[in-house]
Design a protein around this ligand. Structure first.
Ligand SMILES: [Zn+2]
Length: 298
């Protein structure tokens, strides 16, 4: 039994570096790819997943995209979190918390000045409490949703995760702005690299992708707004990702669980895949590649 996905990758995927991919995007060590929550779901058994977060060096401190679960979720979980963690077979490893990984990389808690949230489901927002002084960027509709959750998907918020009153920065959507045909919100004027919220609503009311400019193009974190369709023509082995990775879900299921953004994102990938690297929250395959790239570079 492997305790975390990193140990699983190390033992089962000894050689999985994709050097040319790294050269293509040229993101060496400016963006750290973090797994902030290994999942070995009870169902379907034998599959693996992660909570994919990013740590970006900017000219205004570190910026974290999503947080995964935090220290308190593992040490004093609410009943909701206990059930969630149990059903997803999470090892509750404190080493996977964003705060632990930030410190391991040689930074202090308050070096993280910005946290950008794709959405505030509990497996994405638990680490907010570990960075109480960071500005937390969120779409206005998501901010409204946590105050008055509606429907099944908005039951997966855990208000204790923001009971410390974070420094919210609530972003209203503007009419202007075009990012490869998508509406977008620039996070902060003058921020380098440039970061934009890309509204991909549906999984939750204010769910957004997060686009980060790199030296060779853009990195788009799609959060939970899609599944890794961009790996469709690649063998999933040695992974056994969630079924979404290997088959397109029926439309009704897709709409119910992740919203209706996938066809637009597929189009974006087909037209501009050379300039945009796609990742999403459960993308264990891309994470595995990045893990090797980061280790090779360190
Ligand atoms: Zn979610």
């Amino acid at each position: 039994m492997f305790r975390t996905i990193d140990s699983w990758i190390n033992r089962k995927v000894a050689v999985y570096a994709v050097v040319s991919w790294h050269k293509l995007y040229g993101m060496r060590m400016k963006i750290h790819h973090l797994n902030c929550g290994t999942m070995f779901p009870r169902f379907p058994r034998g599959t693996q997943s992660i909570s994919y977060c990013l740590l970006v060096k900017t000219n205004d401190g570190l910026l974290l995209v999503d947080t995964g679960y935090g220290v308190q979720d593992y040490k004093q979980p609410t009943m909701f979190t206990k059930v969630f963690i149990l059903s997803l077979g999470m090892p509750r490893s404190l080493e996977e918390t964003a705060i632990h990984q930030v410190k391991k990389l040689g930074y202090a808690r308050d070096d993280v000045k910005h946290i950008v949230m794709t959405h505030l489901h509990s497996d994405h927002a638990g680490g907010l409490r570990d960075f109480p002084n960071a500005q937390v960027h969120v779409h206005a509709l998501e901010y409204k949703a946590i105050q008055s959750p509606k429907g099944f998907k908005e039951r997966f918020y855990d208000a204790t995760q923001w009971s410390h009153s974070p420094k919210w920065v609530v972003h209203e959507e503007e009419e202007k702005g075009d990012w490869f045909g998508f509406r977008n919100i620039q996070l902060q004027e003058g921020l380098n690299p440039e970061v934009r919220l890309i509204p991909l609503h549906g999984h939750t009311r204010g769910h957004c992708g997060v686009a980060i400019q790199t030296s060779k193009g853009w990195l788009l974190h799609c959060g939970d707004a899609t599944y890794p369709f961009y790996h469709k023509n690649e063998p999933a082995e040695p992974f056994k990702p969630l079924p979404f990775y290997v088959m397109s879900p029926p439309k009704w299921l897709e709409k119910g669980l992740i919203g209706e953004n996938t066809s637009r994102l597929k189009e974006l990938h087909a037209k501009h895949g050379e300039k945009i690297q796609f990742i999403c929250s459960n993308d264990v395959i891309t994470y595995s590649r990045q893990l090797h790239i980061q280790r090779d570079a360190s």
